[in-house]
Design a protein. Structure first.
Length: 363
């Protein structure tokens, strides 16, 4: 009997152990440890009023909060003075007059709003005080990309929404009486992502600056390269870098203005090779996202990580300026850079002449 029990135990024990290690078995007996999926989407059912449930209006009349506010008079709390100057953000709330340039007032005095393409140009040159340049646009969707919607349809929707052919425009105007070329992005156009059309805009702006001997300013915005164009998008990174290098060979200033957000391949290419880097307060400036980096290094990152204030400490950004100060500061910087580059250009010419003289003497 003992031998029979021993034999049964020898055969049953491994079977029980293997079953207990099996996830299906543990699930069946209710012993499996449930690990929540942080990426899962949990759908919450809509709130439904139970059948036969009635709300007595008298309950609300007796509500203490409503009784407390019953005698509240707005005019007693806020004095409205028609003589108050509305030419400030605070003045808008204590004046009955609505200024015609209300959009400009709010934009200049409110932080954290990205520069859209037209407003970005307006901030630099002044309202309508510039000329928008026509840029070449390459063939749409050469790869025939389709996901939940065709790329051509996405482009049509973006163009209808923004009135633009691509996410960037080029304009020329005066800053501190210095003729300047500027590029600005519109985040409403597919997140201001980059593909061949945007690359062509930057190349066009660079060539225009070289031919007209103007400084170049690029207001950056966007999440990086556009996935629908695949390698065509990624190829814009070296293309734009090479274009900027040509600009620098001609000793022309190149200033980058970071707006919120600037990330991905934009940060990894033309946005990081400026002579001067200026950022708006609180702008996101990054390559990979904070969660990706945090998951890689397995460490807690600072709360202000990848903001313009943080990256200024690491040397990525030279200045943080509010919009109302941009034109004046950029004008001063352009004057200094042009004067410096003029000296450099003169020295290079003298060196070149000396080299030619030495070559002739040697021959």
């Amino acid at each position: 009997m003992k031998n029979k029990f021993f034999i049964i135990s020898v055969f049953l024990l491994p079977t029980i152990m293997s079953l207990s290690s099996c996830s299906d078995f543990r699930k069946a007996v209710g012993k499996e440890k449930v690990i929540p999926d942080e990426y899962s989407v949990v759908l919450t059912p809509s709130l439904i009023v139970p059948p036969g449930y009635k709300i007595d209006p008298e309950v609300f009349k007796k509500n203490s909060l409503i009784e407390e506010k019953k005698d509240f008079n707005l005019s007693e709390k806020i004095e409205i003075n028609e003589s108050n100057d509305p030419a400030s953000f605070e003045g808008l709330f204590i004046s009955k007059q609505i200024p015609k340039d209300i959009r400009k007032i709010v934009d200049e005095e409110t932080l954290g709003i990205s520069l859209s393409e037209r407003r970005g140009i307006d901030v630099l040159f002044g309202n309508n005080n510039y000329e928008i340049l026509e840029t070449p646009i390459p063939q749409d969707d050469p790869l025939g990309f389709v996901d939940s919607k065709s790329y051509k349809d996405r482009l049509k929707s973006a163009r209808k929404k923004t009135g633009l052919k691509c996410s960037m425009i080029v304009a020329t105007g005066l800053i501190n009486n210095i003729k300047t070329t500027a590029v600005a992005s519109d985040f409403d156009f597919l997140g201001a992502s980059i593909e061949a059309a945007e690359g062509e805009v930057i190349l066009f702006a660079t060539q225009y600056s070289i031919e007209n001997k103007t400084p170049l300013i690029i207001c950056t915005s966007g999440g990086g390269m556009r996935m629908q164009a695949s390698m065509i998008s990624l190829s814009q990174m070296p293309r734009t870098i090479l274009a900027i290098n040509e600009l620098k060979k001609h000793n022309l200033p190149y200033i980058v203005l970071f707006t919120d957000p600037t990330a991905g391949g934009i940060t990894a290419s033309y946005a990081m090779v400026g002579d001067i880097h200026i950022a708006e307060p609180g702008a996101l400036i990054a390559f990979a996202g904070k969660r990706v980096i945090q998951g890689t290094v397995k460490e807690e990152l600072p709360e202000n990580f990848q903001t313009s204030e943080y990256v200024q400490k690491t040397g990525f950004v030279d200045l943080i300026l509010e919009r109302k100060d941009l034109t004046e500061k950029i004008g001063s910087l352009l004057s200094i850079l042009l004067q410096k580059n003029s000296v450099i250009s003169t020295e290079e010419n003298e060196t070149s002449e000396d080299n030619q003289s030495l070559t002739k003497a040697a021959s």
